[in-house]
Write a protein that binds this ligand. Structure first.
Ligand code: PLP
Length: 390
């Protein structure tokens, strides 16, 4: 039997009855849009993450778009993003006419480096690209917001990031698309992903730690005014009723059926997080024996949900060799991310060059991911280890 990269079939067998019951109830109710399942899920997940409110959205990307719209981000604004992330993080900034300003990542956690955020904000303020590599015309921009990403399931360094953001009056939007369920101890209190910043966003794309059976996402906030804005933007800027539009918005709703799927899957989610962490521990024991590999770091006070199990090889050549060995043994692999966003053709207009973000570029040349999901067995992991050890 072939090894899956993410085993959604085994997971489905575990929740099939509950999922089918949930979907049948929606089918029979006729409330396909805005059914009671959506509010129930919002309440449950806000409670789990420790925020006052949650707003279900059509995708993680829509959650980010809505967050930026609610904070009035637009042309002339600089929004600081890491370049080592999925396209959506910076795409939404540019879609709204604002300018992504890239901030390189930490070489150990792969998350935004707070010291470099400080430099980048100062460089924009001074309009001086000799202080930090900037996009074209950055001198005319107003620093407005920062979008830290919790990459591969590990929370960014919010202790430091929140303090840099506060010092410079930046809004923080947490991109927790990969980290739902992860934790971080901040000032002695353990907090969950989706509880950082003015608005946090997550995704329920099937391959994410908590996935549905289609597209879905959610915004989280503690601020009642932002809650009202997000709800309005979600339905074309609706005012007191459907036919009053007080601002521009989108069709950003989470489907009732996906909410029903998520309610069923959330029941086993804490157990799945535990299983992911056990699988990661087994990988560390095995792969630590292979010279040259840098395994995922989990700093003290953090827990990861291992959305991906990403390994850094010593060189691109070692990565190539390992990927070939794994391929020969029919072990699926993937590279997240082979090209950082500042070097993507879609952002060529920003004028970044190779060498602008040296850490992201070095990591992109050496990183690769191997199978990771809650149902990975010790036996399969040993097979993967043997294929890599050669
Ligand atoms: C998946 C992902 C998104 C977008 O989520 P979708 O639900 O696919 O729109 C945004 N940011 C990051 C970091 C992601 O991994």
């Amino acid at each position: 039997m072939s090894i899956p990269f993410i085993d959604l079939k085994t997971q489905y067998r575990r929740v099939a009855d509950e999922v089918q019951q949930g979907i049948r109830a929606v089918l029979e109710s006729g409330a396909y849009i805005g059914g009671p399942e959506v509010a129930r899920l919002e309440e449950r997940l806000a409670g789990y993450c420790g925020t006052r409110y949650a707003v279900g959205t059509a995708s993680g990307t829509d959650a980010l778009v809505m967050a930026l719209m609610a904070l009035s981000v637009g042309p002339g604004d600089a929004v600081f993003c890491p370049p080592f992330t999925f396209m959506a993080t910076a795409e939404v900034v540019a879609l709204l006419g604002a300018t992504p300003v890239f901030v390189d990542v930490d070489p150990v956690t792969y998350n935004m480096d707070p010291a470099q955020l400080e430099l980048a904000v100062r460089a924009v303020r001074a309009g001086d690209a000799s202080l930090y590599p900037l996009p074209k015309n950055a001198g005319q921009l107003t620093p407005k917001a920062v979008i830290p990403v919790d990459l591969f399931g590990l929370l960014a360094d919010y202790q430091a990031l929140l303090s840099v953001a506060a010092k410079h009056g930046l809004f923080v939007i947490e991109d927790a698309a990969q980290a739902f369920g992860a934790t971080l101890t901040l000032s002695g209190t353990q907090r969950r992903a989706c509880s950082f910043g003015s608005i946090a966003c997550t995704s329920f794309f099937p391959a994410k730690p908590l996935g549905c059976y289609g597209d879905g996402g959610m915004c989280f906030t503690d601020d009642p005014e932002l809650l009202e804005l997000l709800r309005s933007i979600r339905v074309h800027g609706q005012g007191r009723d459907k036919y009053e539009n007080v601002r521009l918005g989108i069709t950003g709703r989470l489907d009732t059926m996906q909410a029903a799927v998520l309610l069923a899957k959330f029941e086993i989610f804490p157990d799945e997080v535990r299983l992911r962490q056990e699988a990661a521990k087994r990988y560390a024991g095995l792969l630590g024996q292979i010279p040259g590999l840098t395994l995922p770091a989990v700093p003290d006070g953090s827990t990861s949900v291992f959305a991906q199990y990403s390994i850094q090889a010593e060189t691109s050549a070692q990565r190539q060799e390992l990927l070939e060995r794994l391929g020969k043994a029919s072990v699926p692999t993937s590279i997240y991310y082979p090209r950082p966003l500042h070097l993507q053709p879609a952002f060529a207009n920003l004028g970044y060059r190779s060498g602008s973000m040296p850490v992201s570029e070095a990591v992109a040349a050496r990183i690769f991911s191997i199978p990771m999901h809650p149902y990975l067995t010790a036996q399969t992991q040993e097979e993967i280890y043997r294929a890599m050890a050669g």
